[in-house]
Write a protein that binds this ligand. Sequence first.
Ligand code: PMP
Length: 306
Amino acid sequence: MSQAIWMNGELVAYEDAKVHVLTHALHYGTSVFEGVRAYELPDGGTAVFRHQDHIDRLFRSAGLYHMEIPYSKDQIRAATFETITANALKSCYIRPLVFRGAGPMGLYPLDCPVDVMIAVWEWGAYLGDEGKVGGVRAKVSSWRRIPSDALIPTAKAGGQYLNSILAKIEADKAGYEEAILLDTRGYVCEGTGENLFLIKDGKVVTPGFANDILEGINRAAAIEILRDQGYDVVERDIARGELYRADEIFMTGTAAELTPIREVDDLAVGDGTRGPITAEIQAIFEDALHGRSERYSRWLDKVPAA
Ligand code: PMP
């Protein structure tokens, strides 16, 4: 875990990065956050992957829940660099969190302060290194993805994750590595923290915004790579049954990176191994993350040398 955590404008020691028990977000989930990753580059430096996209989404999420972040986007970017450098990490996961702090209780939050923290830590492949090669087993969840007439699926907000957490616990207790949530209309939506892609006969489909997905930054990267490689990618409603006849399925997310799914509901996807298109896109994606790709070098925001 972090040695130093950035809290409201300054770096503080891990032990001192504390909040009051009457922190509004603790009671009602009034927070927004990001999951970001930085990778070591071949030259020994470090770069944050699609940094500006994450910062933009953090500010968008905050705005959707009427939180004004008391820092500029440039200040958050600089604070992230400062935190990575202070912790002397070459590769890390980055967690910026914007939350309603201690103030009046009750559901009206706008009189509570808006606090900001950024923590970084080393975090390996979220669904395991073997999962990235051999694929993971997923289960269609009995929990539906939060609909946009109840919450705001395009926001990455703390309270909303109780939905993902229920699905994750259910999948884990049933012996699966990940859950696939359907939207309220019964169409395929996403994993608990990943977007989904299905491949059938060389064509790629992925759920769209009408399916209440979170607008994944790695989803956008995968779509761009797929199209650059000449694949047709269509965003559309995907019936649950299509999961069982896909040749390949993979997930994208900052934590999970690009991970194949080898089984859904105990049925093998394709031949039950990582498929050829998944392998092709994953290799290019990994090169992009780790600074080995010239084509996608614009996705990397280098941490300035200390
Ligand atoms: N869906 C949900 C619910 C998520 O939490 C995440 C992770 N942020 C994603 C999709 C993937 O988004 P990204 O590629 O931006 O990490």
